[in-house]
Design a protein around this ligand. Sequence first.
Ligand code: ZN
Length: 289
Amino acid sequence: MGVVYRRGSEVRSVNEGDRVAVNAITPCFRCAACQQGATSHCGGLLGGWKLSHVKDGVFAEYFHVNDAEANLALVPDSISDEAACYTTDMMPTGLRGAELADVPLGGTVAIFGQGPVGLMATAGARLRGAGLIIVVDKRPNRLELAKAFGADITLDFTAVDPDEEIMEITRGVGVDAALEAIGSQMAMDSCLQTTRPGGTIVNMGIHSDGDTIDLPNDAWGRGMSDKTIRSVLCPGGKENMKRMMRLIETGRIDPTKLTTHTFRFDQLEKAFGMMSKKADNIIKPLILF
Ligand SMILES: [Zn+2]
């Protein structure tokens, strides 16, 4: 989130001095992957993730935005800098997860992990008309916030077996969709175990560890469960961000509830350190320049 300092010659829709937000994913919208609709995989798998990955990132006073005409979203005056920040990753990732879950109106959904993305998926599932939203985490402040974003039932997986609870709540049927917002083998297991046959599993977490992910074979129906597994990388582009901003403007979602800590730019390392340890029950830090 920032202000346009210099405008490239091909950029027409923003002016110098405009308040803008830039997505974490900045596709070119011209290559084969983009034209096939897989814009987050611009140029190849995970290729839409450019800032901080294959080009200099945004923790600087000035940074360059590639394909700015497609990736710079104007921020309306009615939206705060803080709220706009959440349209760059947390909201688009969580809400795309809820879209892909495609829960029928009144349907049931379980969401494993209530970090910022999981919480936005909870908000998205509520907006998409889920009739029952069950969320799983262990941190009380996250479970509390989940209720504010629309969760009906919160489960602390250190106190109860979430798989058993979810099967009991759904009277042995399982949920229509389960979302993985942690990036853990255990949560993937739970998603498979608690999704009904023919239901949908959406992975949003990053599985950083290991070369393979196992599927519990019985819950997978030994390959014949008709369960669909989908995966999400944050969708980029200004049009998607405009949809996020509309939800903020109309009061459908207030993402600033995710901000638990605020840091100055020179405290950046402290913010990262706290995030890696989830110290002081941090959910999301806001960095101010
Ligand atoms: Zn592309």
